[in-house]
Ligand binder design. Structure first.
Ligand code: ADP
Ligand code: MG
Length: 732
């Protein structure tokens, strides 16, 4: 008898050696093994007769090997196999498949799966490069012939991805998983509350595990292939349910903490209004209200503000900052890069300093003395708004009275979880045991209060995903651009036509506009690419635009120089800025109307969209020119095509998610995003939303629907499930 938690090596036929190989597939326990689902199924209950095959269809054929052989064409060796059913015959071909030589013996039974095609010359049907499996042959692994055969024909058969470059076969998985199922303890605890199970008509865990591997004859083939059988749905829902339950729990824990109830009276309202350099859009007003409502509550705000590039997030951040400052608290504004921190500092000074607020900039490149002095200002409470980079504020900056943390342009997930919010000066002292006076008690409470957190992101996470994944954040969306923007025109062009591009750039400059020219510098070949960017800068500044003012900006410049270049560009003293992706996020120069991106095929979609977001920020018409050099992959084509087709960040995000898959889209596991065993973020979005809703309903209990016992059971399951795997939730 095995349990779901039994190490996989104790499954009959596995052992320590194979267990090691399974470990590379994240299979450590019987439970992991049973969640290693078939990636497709073959209908070997009703295999096709060769005579009835049609060109173009995917088919499973079971037949007898008649003959096989390797023949060489001028280009490559081709392996040919003929199988038969009675008098019918079918030809199969594999290219370059010398390894298949001597593999087949006449008379053997074989199952083939692949696309049926018509040979252009003979008109006969054939299958190119089919997947195949020998049947009824125990092979080297010594299985009982009959038992093996009964798993492989006359039924719907699960096909698994093989491991170790095919040395651990689909067939082996089939047998081992079957053994594990046969030996599995009959008592599998049900951890999803009954009301949820009934509402969604979920089958039992045991039934789900059996049927997902061994579907019954009547099961819909379409549902199987699209992972929509009741068995699939049970397993997928369960996985998502426990993620959402963890997030819901976390959100509740956060909400239960003591926060700061900021006051929003007329004086504060006036202060917020006074700084506005323009009329806010309706979306900006709505979002500010959502934030202000949160800030007034006695619990910490944890809010994600999502708005496409250029939607005007900065001013909202400043307004929230004023609420905190007017209440006597300090605010930290963190940006991902120094350039962006600098820029925020300049606009903060422009917008806020006239109103009398005290603002400091704290970046890594400041001199040690200066840094120390600024830290002292912060610790003493003189500085009201502290602007810096993420890294810096994650360190040990002490605030006298922290009230609000704003994290700008946050791409990565899970940072909030890891972010140790600012330390408060005097925290360490604590209560020495003496009775507290009332005002001391009040003060102690204040210092325990968690600051509010506002995360601003331009990464347009598809809304449904944002809502469901960030169970621990509330979401505000800025879905309107400030007025007067004309849509950016995006064009693709191959780089042999660069003279035309430079001509166009020259004309725009003549109209008084500014231009970015961006080169890729991607970590892998940073050195050579950086050289290319610098070389192009020489070419552009020395020859092509010798009469214009051209600047260069890249990550390796020392920060004073970076700063100087950026400031010159902002003031219009440079007409053309040659840059790497350091300008990707946040940079705001409304007079820049052209963005030329060289080797655009090398950039990711989200990155291209961010870069393009640097233009189209003023009233003048803006142009994004995507230059390609060399061969563009099919995926590259789709990225460029999407850029030309749409300016809508949400549409772009959807496609990006599809192209890259959730893992990369969200920036790997370490960023706090779980990877899934059976669920797929793209395929299973609806189930994800359902899971979120159900998890919230369960945590709202106990009530008529869910008992305390059920909730406890679910929470215990949650702990064993996720704590070790993801460190995602801490369950008390
Ligand atoms: P992002 O959301 O990308 O951070 P910013 O906050 O940098 O966008 O705003 C983009 C530009 O739009 C800035 O130049 C800003 O001053 C301007 N802007 C923001 N809101 C408005 C508005 N309501 N009316 C006019 N201009 C605005
Ligand atoms: Mg911004």
């Amino acid at each position: 008898m095995v349990e779901l938690t039994t190490p996989v090596q104790y499954v009959k036929g596995v052992g320590p050696k194979l267990a090691e190989i399974l470990a590379t597939k994240q299979i450590a326990t019987v439970g992991d093994l049973l969640h290693y689902l078939p990636f497709r199924y073959e209908d070997r209950l009703n295999p096709r007769g060769i005579a009835e095959l049609r060109a173009g269809e995917m088919a499973t054929v079971i037949g007898e090997v008649r003959n096989s052989g390797l023949f060489r064409t001028r280009r490559m060796p081709i392996f040919q196999l003929t199988v038969g059913q009675g008098r019918s015959r079918l030809k199969c071909l594999w290219f370059n498949a010398t390894y298949l030589q001597d593999k087949f013996k006449p008379g053997q039974l074989i199952a083939l799966y692949g696309k049926v095609e018509q040979d252009s010359r003979s008109g006969e049907l054939q299958i190119m490069q089919p997947q195949f499996e020998m049947l009824g042959d125990s092979g080297a692994d010594g299985a009982d012939d009959k038992a093996a055969a009964s798993l492989e024909v006359g039924r719907i058969v699960p096909i698994y991805e093989s491991a170790e470059q095919g040395r651990v076969t689909a067939r082996w998985f089939r047998r081992i998983i079957r053994t594990a199922l046969d030996d599995l303890t009959p008592e599998l605890a049900e951890t999803i509350p009954a009301a949820v199970r009934e509402r969604l008509a979920l089958v039992s865990p045991r039934e789900a595990l059996w049927k997902v591997h061994w579907p019954e004859a009547g099961e819909s083939f379409e549902d199987l292939q699209s992972s929509r059988t009741p068995a699939h749905i049970r397993l997928i829902f369960e996985e998502l349910f426990f993620i959402e339950l963890g997030l819901e729990l976390k959100r509740r824990q956060q909400k239960a903490q003591t926060g700061i109830a900021f006051r929003l009276d007329d004086r504060v309202r006036q202060a917020i209004k006074k700084i506005l350099p323009f009329h806010p859009t309706a979306a900006q007003k709505r979002v500010l209200k959502e934030i202000a409502d949160d800030m007034q509550k006695p619990h910490p705000m944890r809010r994600l503000l999502q708005g496409d590039v250029g939607s005007g997030k900065t001013i909202i951040g400043f307004q929230a900052a004023i609420i905190a400052i007017e209440n006597g608290y300090q605010v930290a504004l963190m940006a991902p890069t120094e350039i962006l921190a600098q820029q925020h500092y300049f606009s903060a000074r422009r917008i806020l300093e006239n109103a009398g607020y005290r603002i400091v900039l704290l970046t890594g490149s400041l001199e040690a003395d200066r840094k120390r002095e600024i830290r002292r200002h912060i610790a003493q409470g003189n500085a009201q708004l502290v602007i810096g980079t993420h890294a810096l504020l994650e360190e040990k900056v002490e605030f006298a009275k922290p009230g609000l943390v704003i994290v700008d342009e946050q791409h990565r997930f899970g940072v909030l979880q890891r972010l140790k919010l600012m330390k408060k000066s005097g925290d360490a002292g604590g209560n020495k045991g003496a009775a507290l006076t009332e005002s001391e008690a009040e003060a102690a409470k204040t210092s325990l209060a968690e600051p509010d957190v506002l995360v601003m992101t331009a990464t347009p996470i598809p809304r449904t995903l944002a809502l469901t994944l960030h169970g621990d954040l509330d979401l505000s969306v800025l879905d309107e651009l400030p007025p007067g923007r004309t849509p950016i025109v995006t064009r693709r062009i191959t780089d042999d036509r660069s003279p035309e591009v430079w001509d166009f750039v020259r004309k725009q400059v003549a109209k008084g506009h500014q231009v970015y020219v961006v080169y890729p510098v991607i970590a892998e070949n940073e050195e050579t690419e950086l050289k290319a960017a610098i070389k192009m800068y020489r070419e552009l500044s020395g020859k092509i635009f010798a009469d214009l003012k051209v600047g260069l900006l890249h990550g390796r410049l020392d920060s004073e120089l970076k700063d100087q270049v950026m400031r010159m560009f902002q003031k219009g003293e440079l007409q053309i800025l040659v840059a790497t992706t350091v300008i990707e996020v946040g940079v705001d120069v409304p007079n820049a109307t052209v963005m030329v991106i060289e080797h655009a095929e090398r950039f990711g979609l989200a990155q291209l969209h961010q870069l393009r977001g640097r233009i189209g920020r003023g009233a003048a018409k803006s142009y994004c020119i995507l230059m390609t050099g060399g061969k563009v992959t099919e995926e590259g084509e789709r990225r460029l095509d999407a850029m030309v087709r749409t300016n809508d960040g949400f549409q772009i995000a959807e496609l990006d998610l599809e192209l890259r898959g959730p893992g990369e889209f969200f920036g790997t596991r370490q960023a706090g995003m779980p990877s899934f065993r059976v669920a797929s973020l793209i395929r299973d979005r609806q189930l994800l939303e359902l899971a979120k809703r159900e998890a919230a309903a369960v945590m709202a209990g106990p009530n008529a629907e869910v008992t305390q016992v059920e909730i406890s059971r679910a929470l215990v399951a949650l702990r064993t499930r996720w704590q070790h795997t993801y460190g995602l939730v801490e369950v008390g």
